[in-house]
Design a binder for this molecule. Structure first.
Ligand SMILES: [Zn+2]
Length: 270
């Protein structure tokens, strides 16, 4: 079977919009969509490919987090070697703790506002415009990398559309990526086939774990400053958050949260 790196604990965050064959919010990524069940199967099979790759090089304890809005993992189809964290609310820190050797993100989309990023958004395509951590604009990838980094866990693999992969490399140098589709616009993309995406993801998962010691956890230095800009339609959410004693209003739709502790800062926002 080749190279192995011993018994590894692997944490896998998942999302739906960055999966090969998933093309829309309404039809594919919403539970009311006509292709939602298909999308869940496509995501679950991509996750299984990552799990298989991990198991081949020494992964032994794998925790999968069902991160997409209403959930996107089909529990029955998930590789039986993995455990699944799902249900809502998904409480921070999403099952992470010290002792995990590596983190993966499967099915990720890019942050809001990126060109040629398919189905890009940050947390919510309805309510949130932008998010910054200590002045650096981040999307979900950056937030997840930071929360994993808080526990000393390196994010070693990201899969999704090409824009998400580029974003991952800008946050975590050396991270392995699998670009399974390329956005032509926010709504349209060219995807590789699900079968191809699975073999690519499996190969990248193996490679990522074999080089995990070369990849540094993404650490945010305290004090933490979390800035959230809401959309115009959700100004009231900014207003509400800004009324808290630990928050500060930046402008009518932007709020800043300060805390010594990254998790506390996120907890205040969520
Ligand atoms: Zn997302």
């Amino acid at each position: 079977m080749g190279a192995q790196v011993g018994k590894l604990k692997v944490w896998i965050m998942t999302d739906l919009e960055g999966v090969a064959g998933v093309f829309s919010f309404e039809g594919h990524a919403s539970s009311k969509g006509r292709w939602y069940d298909l999308s869940r199967r496509l995501l679950t099979q991509e996750v299984n490919a990552a799990i298989e790759g991990a198991l081949e090089v020494g992964g032994s304890d794998v925790l999968v987090v069902d991160g997409h809005g209403e959930g996107g993992i089909n529990a029955e189809e998930l590789n039986p070697e993995a455990r699944l964290l799902s249900g809502r609310p998904l409480l921070l820190p999403w099952g992470l703790e010290k002792g995990f050797d590596a983190a993966f993100i499967i099915g990720q989309h890019a942050m809001a506002g990126v060109e040629k990023a398919h189905l890009s958004h940050t947390e919510s395509h309805v309510s949130v415009q932008n998010v910054w951590i200590n002045g650096k604009k981040v999307g979900e990838l950056g937030m997840i990398a930071a929360i994993a980094g808080y526990f000393g866990v390196p994010l070693v693999l990201a899969t999704g559309d090409r824009a998400a992969c580029i974003e991952a490399l800008s946050i975590v140098p050396g991270i392995e990526t699998a670009a399974v589709k390329e956005g032509l616009s926010h709504g349209a993309a060219v995807s590789i086939s699900p079968a191809r995406s699975r073999s690519l993801i499996k190969e990248k998962a193996r490679a990522a774990l074999l080089k995990k010691d070369e990849i540094k956890p993404y650490k945010v230095r305290p004090p933490v400053e979390l800035t959230v800009e809401y959309t115009e339609a959700y100004k009231a959410s900014a207003e509400h958050l800004a009324s808290k004693p630990w928050a500060e209003k930046v402008d009518a739709r932007t709020v800043r949260i300060r805390d010594e502790d990254l998790l506390e800062a996120f907890g205040k926002w969520f």
